[in-house]
Ligand binder design. Sequence first.
Ligand code: ADP
Length: 268
Amino acid sequence: MDRYRIPPDTTVDLAAFDPGDTAGLEEKEAKERVAALNRRLEGLQELLYAEGKHRVLVVLQATDTGGKDGVIRHVFDGVNPQGVKVASFGRPTEKALAHDYLWRVHPHTPGSGEMVIFNRSHYEDVLVVRVHGLVPEGVWSRRYAQINAWERLLAEEGTTILKFFLHISPEEQAERLAARRDDPAKRWKFSRGDLEERGRWSAYRAAYEEVLSRTSTPWAPWYVVPADRKWFRNLVVATTLVDALESLHMAYPDPGEDLTAVLIPPAG
Ligand code: ADP
């Protein structure tokens, strides 16, 4: 899965990444693997909480209909809901806009033993904000370095950061938008705003390329996830996350005494 990781200081051209890539895998096998990874993730999350030492931050970014919600549903299937928090970042409030752009984000970062998923994130401040010209270029162009420095602070304080860009093709997006239009069970997700944003496809692509080129760091790497096939997208995210958690070599805390001889008293 390492081939989806962007090395630091790489100039990323998304044309070189095939959104339909499945690494030669079949859907059935991928789904079986994801189910096995779900069980491992469940155990790793419990260990993370029990050990209370590490903090884990998963950043999910995608083009509209890219599948952020699907990743949250499928990759974390079976994981104790008490152990994972999702923080979603929509349009900032007046109050948030009166502060720096990281102000609303920082309180949602994981504490010790916690895992947090960012459904959209501070990257919107160099994506939608850049594409729509919501602040001058002189302002957003400084943010890449600011974001790197902030993520470095989080990493140095014990946070493992994994960032996923769910990469879909314009053809796949057209199909998903049509499904939202036509399927009564999906219609609640249909938004005319998404159609307008589709008209800015190449501007978003350029903005994502700059994000990937400038903010994939040793302490907070980006992964470009081929996301046209939902089952492969889930497999890439699940594998990367489980590998990262296993590399922390976590252990249940030692109670510091031999508990085997402790008697359980009768209930009073
Ligand atoms: P999603 O599309 O993630 O399911 P929503 O439909 O609530 O969720 O969309 C959230 C919206 O908030 C998106 O249009 C996104 O571009 C916007 N948004 C997020 N962060 C910012 C920001 N910092 N500035 C302006 N708009 C933002």
